[in-house]
Design a protein around this ligand. Structure first.
Ligand SMILES: O=C(O)CCC(=O)C(=O)O
Ligand SMILES: [Fe+2]
Length: 316
């Protein structure tokens, strides 16, 4: 079958027709929509990836995997993320493609730099197991994305079910599908929307260092499983429709691990963070006697000292 030369691109500012978007998504398994998210909204989501990972904190934070960061509980901390995944434009596109019963399966904000990349794969899986459910994926670029943009095998959603597994080696793809690979480069705010069965990879570069920031979410026609979702009730409308309730999975089983699952500290923490940890925890170790003494002192004495030093005292 013949394919359009490049990934079909739309511009949200031109009010593209949902039917046209759907047509090209069905045909190629991927499309792009420019101006999908406003620049200040991109920055608001990017912000949750800034700074250091929080430790010993009740606040939510991102995880490290090598030189990438992933924030998979973004809907609990970022109203902009919540508004995006529950927006009318997302519902309109998803329902046209998947039908009226849809559920948010998972989401994450993440950064990509030099080493971590997503190998060639399809997204129709439950944890590690390939499934045959229908789904749609949105990747919103939070910064201009050229180097290391997501690449797709155009039309591969039509035949990827013939492979047993989700992942493919670079050699396998180069030998079989080289001329169908298309890079979905895009400006800040562009959404790359694909069928979960389309073969793709992302963040891959030969040598260059990239600075990608993106927000990714997947919507499935299957209501029975998803990653456990944390949301801030403050972000919800007062009246929740049945559609929104189903979409967010209220009263439904989640069942899937929140990805990426990172338990092996020794492999995933980037080197510069390990040095920081080494220095910080070494200093903390030397402070054990001081902290021990503080634990042992009685409150009266501590209040007396604080008053003497003119520090704030919250004891009567
Ligand atoms: O961000 C990308 O380029 C691809 C991400 C992806 O494929 C995934 O998270 O499944
Ligand atoms: Fe993917």
């Amino acid at each position: 079958m013949e394919h359009t030369k490049e990934i079909q691109q739309f511009d949200l500012n031109q009010n593209p027709k949902i039917k046209d978007i759907n047509f090209h998504l069905k045909k190629d398994g991927v499309i792009k929509i420019e101006n999908f998210l406003k620049s200040d909204s991109c920055d608001a989501i990017s912000k949750i990836l800034n700074g250091e990972q929080k430790r010993n904190s009740n606040e939510l934070t991102f995880v490290h995997i090598n030189d990438a960061k992933f924030f998979s509980n973004a809907l609990a901390v970022s109203k902009t993320s919540f508004d995006l995944v529950t927006s009318k434009k997302v519902f309109d596109i998803s329902k046209e493609y998947l039908g009226n019963n849809i559920r948010l399966k998972c989401h994450r904000a993440y950064t990509n730099e030099k080493y971590y990349y997503f190998p060639w794969h399809t997204d129709n899986k439950f944890d590690g197991e390939k499934n045959s459910k229908y789904g749609i994926v949105f990747i919103v670029y939070l910064v201009d994305t050229n180097e290391g943009a997501t690449e797709f095998i155009l039309g591969s959603h039509k035949y990827s079910s013939k492979f047993n597994k989700n992942n493919f080696t670079n050699n396998f793809i180069n030998e079989n599908y080289l001329n169908l690979i298309k890079s979905a480069k895009g400006k800040k705010g562009t959404a790359v929307i694909s069928d979960t069965r389309t073969i793709h990879r992302g963040g891959f570069t030969k040598n260059e260092s990239i600075k990608r920031k993106s927000f990714w979410f997947q919507i499935d026609e299957n209501l029975d499983s998803a990653e456990r979702l944390l949301i801030n009730p403050e972000f919800l409308p007062k009246k929740i429709t049945l559609e929104l309730s189903n979409y967010l999975g209220f009263g439904r089983v989640s069942g899937l691990s929140v990805h990426p699952v990172t338990t092996n500290l020794d492999r995933v923490i980037p080197f510069h963070v390990r040095w920081q940890m080494f220095i910080r925890y070494t200093i903390l170790t030397f402070f054990i006697p001081v902290h021990w003494l503080r634990l042992k002192l009685n409150t009266d004495f501590k209040v007396f000292i604080r008053k003497l030093l003119g520090n704030k005292v919250d004891w009567n």
